[in-house]
Design a protein around this ligand. Structure first.
Ligand code: NAD
Length: 250
């Protein structure tokens, strides 16, 4: 696989899975743009990681749940780099808690970031990719979007929405030469799971056939494959990377 000369936009690229995906593309020669919401220090660290790998990246701060921000971010990238070959929709948030304790604002922020954010970027990028009759879009979903998680109802709904969105958009854009797929991670070692106690972590690991959480790199390897020519006949797919975890959870 080779991404020399390719421009890759990764939302939520400042840390966690997004950081791993950014590094993997850079190792394969790609030029990476990372978007992030708040954490300037994390974004700087990702840029440094990329520099250390001998690569080139820029960061753009802003909220993907805003249509106007997303549109102007994509226009700026197109003006500066001339194209976007690969879009990775990775930005995401979660909130754990009983459904009855959730507020309307939680619905707006979780669905707004996780699902509307994917609509926002795709809506601006698709027109450009259709004009070029090429491009690859990869959405980072979650196993909970397929099987649902107790105490993560809104998060599960947002990821289930991403899965259907991916299947439908992949069909619609296939005749224009654009592929759309989703990666559905299980439990990955990132800040998102830092709230688990040692005991809770061990209990969860015991339920995973591979007996460990995944690493960002596990997601990044599949993401680069799905963005590459090696997967040129794969579209509209939701692919699980979870160490065997949800096989019997449906
Ligand atoms: P993380 O919290 O470490 O990183 C999230 C990233 O998203 C950060 O860069 C943050 O700046 C960005 N972000 C959040 N809201 C944003 C917004 N409104 N606009 C722009 N950027 C925003 O999380 P992670 O674990 O690396 O998760 C990355 C993706 O993978 C998410 O979509 C998440 O739902 C998904 N996922 C994670 C796991 C897991 O176990 N960690 C499992 C399944 C799916």
């Amino acid at each position: 696989m080779n991404f020399n000369g390719k421009v890759i936009l990764i939302t939520g690229g400042s840390r966690g899975i997004g950081n791993s995906i950014a590094k993997e593309f850079v190792k394969l020669g790609g030029t990476v743009i990372i978007n992030y919401r708040h954490n300037d220090a994390a974004a700087k660290q990702t840029l440094k990681d990329i520099e250390d790998l001998g690569g080139y990246a820029v960061s753009i701060k802003g909220d993907v749940s805003s249509y106007s921000f997303t549109k102007s971010m994509i226009n700026d990238i197109l003006n500066k780099f001339g194209k976007i070959d690969v879009l990775i929709n990775n930005a995401g948030i979660s909130k754990i808690g009983l459904f009855i304790d959730m507020h309307e604002g939680d619905f707006d922020s979780i669905i707004g970031t996780n699902l509307k954010g994917v609509f926002n970027t795709c809506h601006s990028v698709a027109k450009h990719m259709i004009d070029r009759r090429q491009g690859s879009i990869i959405n980072i979903s979650s196993i909970w979007g397929e099987v649902g998680a107790s105490c993560e109802v809104l998060y599960s709904a947002s990821k289930g929405g991403i899965n259907s969105f991916t299947k439908a958009l992949g069909k619609e854009l296939a005749p224009s030469g654009i592929r759309v797929n989703a990666v559905q991670p299980g439990i990955i070692n990132t800040e998102m799971n830092k709230w688990l106690t040692k005991e809770e972590k061990e209990e969860l690991e015991g339920e995973i056939p591979m007996m460990r959480f995944g690493e960002g790199e596990d997601i990044a390897k599949l993401t680069t494959f799905l963005a590459s020519e090696d997967s040129k006949y794969i579209t509209s797919q939701i692919i699980t990377v979870d160490g065997g975890y949800i096989k019997d959870k449906n």
